[in-house]
Ligand binder design. Sequence first.
Ligand SMILES: [Zn+2]
Ligand SMILES: [Zn+2]
Ligand SMILES: [Zn+2]
Length: 478
Amino acid sequence: MEQRSAATDCRIPAIARLRDRLAGPANSSASAWYQNPGDAVSFDRVREILDQSQDFDAIVIDTNNPDQAVEWLRELRAHSQFGHRLLFLTQDLGTEVAALADGVAPPPTRMRTDVEVWRSRCASLMHDGYLDEEERLLAFLYLRPDFQVHPVVDTRDQGYYRYPLLDAFSPSGHDGLAWSDGLRRARLLEPVKLVDRLRQCSSCTSSHLNYVDICTECKSIDIGENIFLHCYTCGNVAPQEQFVGRAGLCCARCDAKLKHIGVDYDRALESFSCNECSARFIEPTVEAHCLHCRASSPTTELPERRVHAFRLTDEGRLAARSGSRRQSPATHDTQLNLNSAYFEQTLTWLLQLRQRHNEVQFGVLAVRVTNAAALIKSLSHVRAQQLIDSFGRRLHEVIRATDLVMRATEGEWFILSPQTDRDGLTALRRLLESLTVATEQADGQRLEIGCADVAAEELKDLAIGARVLLAELQGRTV
Ligand SMILES: [Zn+2]
Ligand SMILES: [Zn+2]
Ligand SMILES: [Zn+2]
């Protein structure tokens, strides 16, 4: 990994353009803008860009061929230096391409602002290059705050839906879906929208299923629908054609003339028959036949797969910034904040203890930066981030050594303080508020916080559970 240098931020944007000599450039204004050597340096291959000593802020992919665009985008997204960067197109090339790119290139003047905003977010990351795929994906998502990872329909794919972006970032380059499961378990990604629900083959998990009606007796697919008549005289049930004679309806078995429906005959309940075993039935059985492995399963036994769009979690955002998930997966981050699972476990334990022993004392306090958006607006993203980070560091200096801290989001912390009562919590609150004084800027702006707390003796329901208690406090800091 490469440490970022502070000097990179005052350059004018450096744009590279990948031109497609075979298929030709796109016929669009975006293509025309960046053919101008003053606005971008042109290359024929990704390798040529990588070999340059120059550090490009953005790459414009100028082709009208979706396959070429996908090939270039995948190569760049898998690269340690370029994976997280701005990669633009010069025309819309379909959903697969769109999933890997940052949209169609804006005009050069707006590109300048886009790159500035981009650099300002980059400055709050520790690194500028990511050999590790997971860190690269987290950085990519962190740098695009509102980004959602969307699945695209791919009828050639066994699972029917794919995540082209996760595929491109994943270590293997193709199993983004399996990879996303791990990222979800690690609480780095979370579902944001349910896109579809699919049934899967129970033996190979393919979603390419054919639902077919079969014979209830011998399971043959060779069945047909027919009208069956029922002769009252002899009880014969047979397809209607067998009753139609030259002189009206007549039973083929007993020769009775069928003159009046309801008197001589009626329609049988069964309307399906099997051409293999001649069985008759009212409703055929429905089975799912897998078009991949040919396995057949009852429709009630097909596992369901939920297809979601994902986004980065608050924990994912923190991990992207500290880059510390790999080194300390256990209990702490680099600022000595506990991970949420460990924090919740400890709180659960104290709540249970208090149920048995009334003398067990503790307090929980939530603290949140309430003016982060305003600070980012007036100071820049990086400066605001630095203020919030330094508050987070100072917070550890004012608490007691036995207090536990969990950073829930970038501007939100929980403190669990054993042997602390109402008075102790109020004192802690005052200390935290005093910390914001030191963050005052030249223009009088400073960090503002909101606190919410509860002491064990104030808890009405000790069985409430740690998760709910924390969420309730969190809601009161707004
Ligand atoms: Zn199958
Ligand atoms: Zn049959
Ligand atoms: Zn008959």
